[in-house]
Design a protein around this ligand. Structure first.
Ligand code: TRP
Length: 75
């Protein structure tokens, strides 16, 4: 993105094996464009870009953002 700041970033920390971090495209066509698999304890530092406007996290993970930390549900 042209005016990228630290607020464009967040961190996904997997709390189990096989967590998926899925990038969704920016623009009028919203679709999956990338799926990254993390094992327990692995961390992915994620940025929103001109290609990526949303991210879906599937599986148990801690998500650390500029707004605070959230966890996906554990069940
Ligand atoms: N090629 C992608 C992009 O530049 C890489 C990427 C950035 C990505 N953020 C992501 C992939 C979040 C998955 C999830 O937009």
């Amino acid at each position: 993105m042209a005016n990228s700041t630290n607020e464009d970033y967040f961190i996904v920390k997997a709390q189990e094996n096989g967590v998926n971090v899925i990038g969704l495209t920016r623009g009028k066509d919203t679709r999956f464009h990338h799926s990254e698999k993390l094992d327990k304890g692995e961390v992915m530092v994620v940025q929103f870009t001109e290609h990526t406007s949303a991210v879906k996290v599937r599986g148990n993970a801690e998500i650390i953002t500029p707004f605070g930390t959230v966890e996906t549900n554990k069940d």
